[in-house]
Structure formats: C-alpha cells, structure tokens
Design a protein around this ligand. Structure first.
Ligand code: ADP
Ligand code: ASP
Ligand code: MG
Length: 400
C-alpha cells in the first residue's frame, strides 16, 4: 500500500513530538507500506515568521513573504528526516522545488496546478520514506509560493491524488472532525464519517481542522481522507463521498472571527457596476465572500460584502483608488465581525431550520448583520464578541 501521512504544526511542535511522529511513520513503513510524509512548520513558526516580517516593514512583498514562510516547513522536514535516519530507516526530505509542486503565481494564495511524480516515485521505488514540505509550491517563474494558511492539508491530498495513494491520513491535535470546534464548544461530538460536501462547507466556513481546498481536491479525485490525532490511537473521522452512517439534520457548526465587512453606499443603479467592482478586487487577488446588494436612497444601490481581515488592506487600496470613478457616495468598513454557520445536507428539506437559528440568536440578544444561505448551510454575520456564545447556542439547539 502507498500511504500519505500529513502532520500539522502542533504534531511536530518540539523534539519530543517529532520523535513521536517518527515512531508513527515507522509503524506504517515496517508494516510493509510505502510512506510519503507531509509536514507543516513547527508550532507557531509561521506566525512568528509573519511577525518578524512585519517588524521589518508594514507591507512586505508577497514574494519575499513566501520565501520566508517556506523556511518553516523546510526545517520540519529536515528534522524529521534526521530523526528517521538516526533510527536506522532510509529517508529523504524534499522541498516543493525538488518534488516539482507547480502552482499559480498568486503569492500567499497560490493554487496547485501539477505535481511531478518522477522524483517521488524514484525515491519510493528505493523504499525511501519521503518527507515533503507542505504548504509550499513553485510558480512558473520558479519562485517559491505558498498555498494559504493551513495549506499543508492540500499538499497532502494533492500528493495522494497524484500518486494514486491508497490512504491519506491527516494527523492533527484533535481526534477527528467534531460537530463544532471542541476548543470553543466543549460538548462537541466527534463525527465518525462525513461527506465531502458537508466537510467542504464546514472547512470553508471556518472549521480549520481541514484546509478547504484539500477537501475540494479530495472530492475531485476521490481521495478518501482520515482525520485523526497524532497523540492518541482513536479511530478518527472518515471524509468520503456518501455517508449513511449519520443522518443528522445539521452535521456541524462553524465559526470564523476574522471577517471584515465593506459597504459601498450610493452606487449608481446601472448595468456593469458589480462587474467593475468585483473584477477590480479579483485582479488584486482579494477573495470576496458574502455579497448583498440592496436598494439605496434616490435610486442608488448599496453593496455590502465580506473579506477576511488579512485581505482588508488590499481591498481598501482597490476601493480608495476607484471609488470616485465608480460614483460611490460613501464607504463603511467594519472588521469586528464573525461569521457563524450551521451546515447539514439534511436541512434543505426542513423549512424550520432558519427560524430556529434566528430564534437562538434572539434568545441570546445577538444582532444579525447579514444572512447568507445555500442548500446545505446558513451563515450569519454577527459582532465578533458574540461568536463563542452563538456557536454554543446553535450547537445546543441543533447538535445535541
Ligand atoms: P494542524 O496544525 O494539525 O493543521 P489546525 O490547528 O490547523 O491543526 O487544525 C486543528 C484545529 O482545528 C483543532 O485544534 C480545533 O481547534 C480546530 N477546529 C475547528 N473546527 C473544528 C471541528 N469542527 N472539528 C475539529 N477541530 C476543529
Ligand atoms: N504552516 C502553515 C500555516 O501555519 C501551513 C499549515 O500549517 O498547514 O498556516
Ligand atoms: Mg491545519
């Protein structure tokens, strides 16, 4: 069997944890399997590197930022390879350049386009354990890119798909996917199995246990994922196409507390307005989430949308540079917001879900700023300070 095992930052946070990972990898290897290990940077390394960059300048170049951040993952793979080698196992560490992990050139949010398999297969044929940097790629200009925070999961799934691996295991610091973040909602329950679609919604809506693009890719290539703990032996959660195991109406609650809302007030009510605004934002690589257009005063339109706080500066630059040309009367920014969502494939057939959700907010005196729905989720935008209360209330209402 070929197994891809990904270990996140907390699983490799210190020497003891690296040795623990080495032991788990060896278990799989000595059972006769080929193993590709994908690693994140140790502990808070990525955060620390970002802080360091901002000590040097306010808005560091995105290219140089990727150059800097990729060093975190490179440290991890070298350290694990040393540990495995010291234990007497054949091992090689590889970075994104050495593997040929080709991405787009959007620094900081690059997307994987192709993974070369020649080097990986050559090393596996030699029965080497192959330890690869997660999160990083190479653009067509041969510059180092990164896939966005949490992107190592996506590296692992992409490698599993490219090599046709039999199993892709995502090892983390919780025992699987829960009905809500167990650090926020203490009575959250572990889910045995969840469908790609539901997991994709949860991940996209803030359940950072899996990077959303890793789920997208797993669904596209049919890679079955197992999310489990690197510190215990619990069985974990299976993410796959269809799940008949659990027939819950709501599979989970997700929250994201780094949401910013931008409102463009008094835009002319004319064809092409939305196109102008959102194409300019897209050109600047600003990913827009909820968009609401409503009637303004005197035949104008108000357009509100959300971005994550990290993109707010880029969005502001685009808007401030163009607002007069677009005929916008005023702009309002608010970055103290959170998005809380309920997700479940079963909700489409139940008319009462939305009102139950809003009732839970009313009971807790939480004001809702924006609402967005799809077939399998309802999201609301609220003040950041109430996110935890809202998640607990929704979990009590729908998941117990
Ligand atoms: P890693 O470093 O292993 O990639 P992450 O911190 O990225 O780990 O993701 C694991 C964390 O995701 C958990 O510690 C947990 O707090 C958080 N999390 C958020 N939502 C969920 C959920 N629904 N189920 C499990 N964990 C969740
Ligand atoms: N080290 C990166 C981050 O902290 C990638 C990852 O952990 O998946 O976001
Ligand atoms: Mg992660």
């Amino acid at each position: 069997m070929l197994v891809v095992q990904k270990f996140g930052g907390s699983s490799v946070a210190n020497t003891e944890r690296i040795l623990n990972v080495a032991n788990r990898v060896v278990e799989t290897y000595t059972a006769g399997h080929n193993v590709v290990v994908v690693l994140s940077a140790q502990g808070d390394t990525t955060d620390d590197l970002i802080k360091k960059a901002h000590e040097i300048c306010d808005s560091p170049s995105k290219r140089e930022m990727d150059m800097l951040l990729s060093t975190g993952e490179q440290q991890s793979v070298a350290l694990l390879a040393m540990a495995l080698s010291n234990m007497g196992y054949p091992v090689v560490s590889l970075n994104a350049y050495q593997v040929g992990m080709i991405t787009t050139s959007s620094h900081g949010i690059a997307r994987l386009k192709e993974i070369k398999t020649t080097r990986l297969n050559r090393e596996l044929e030699r029965r080497n354990i192959v330890v690869v940097t997660g999160f990083c790629g190479i653009s067509k200009f041969e510059d180092i890119t990164t896939l966005g925070r949490g992107g190592s999961d996506t590296t692992a799934v992409a490698i599993a798909a490219a090599l046709g691996a039999d199993l892709c295991e995502i090892y983390t610091d919780v025992e699987g996917v829960y009905t809500a973040d167990p650090r926020i909602v203490p009575n959250a329950q572990k889910i045995e199995a969840i469908s790609y679609n539901e997991m994709l919604e949860l991940a996209s809506l803030g359940a950072k246990v899996l990077h959303n693009r890793s789920v997208e890719m797993a669904k596209k290539y049919g890679v079955e994922l197992v999310v489990r703990s690197s510190l215990t032996r619990a069985t974990g959660t299976i993410v796959k196409e269809e799940c008949k195991v659990e027939k819950m109406l709501i599979s989970g609650i997700a929250g994201e507390d780094d949401v910013a809302r931008i409102s463009l007030i008094g835009a002319p009510d004319a064809p092409g307005q939305a196109f102008k605004i959102f194409s300019a934002l897209a050109k600047a690589d600003v990913v827009v989430d909820i968009i609401i257009q409503s009637m303004g005063q005197n035949n104008t339109r108000d357009i509100s949308f959300t971005v994550d706080c990290a993109s707010l500066n880029d969005a502001k630059n685009v808007i401030e540079a163009n607002k007069e040309r677009w005929g916008i009367a005023a702009v309002d920014y608010n970055q103290d917001l959170a998005k809380v969502s309920i997700v479940g494939a079963g909700m489409v057939a139940d008319a009462g879900i939305a009102s139950k959700m809003f009732e839970a907010m009313y009971d807790n005196h939480i004001n809702i700023h924006l609402i967005s729905t799809s077939e399998i989720k309802i999201s609301i935008l609220i003040d950041k300070d109430y996110m935890k209360t809202a998640m607990k209330a929704l979990h009590d209402k729908f998941c117990l």
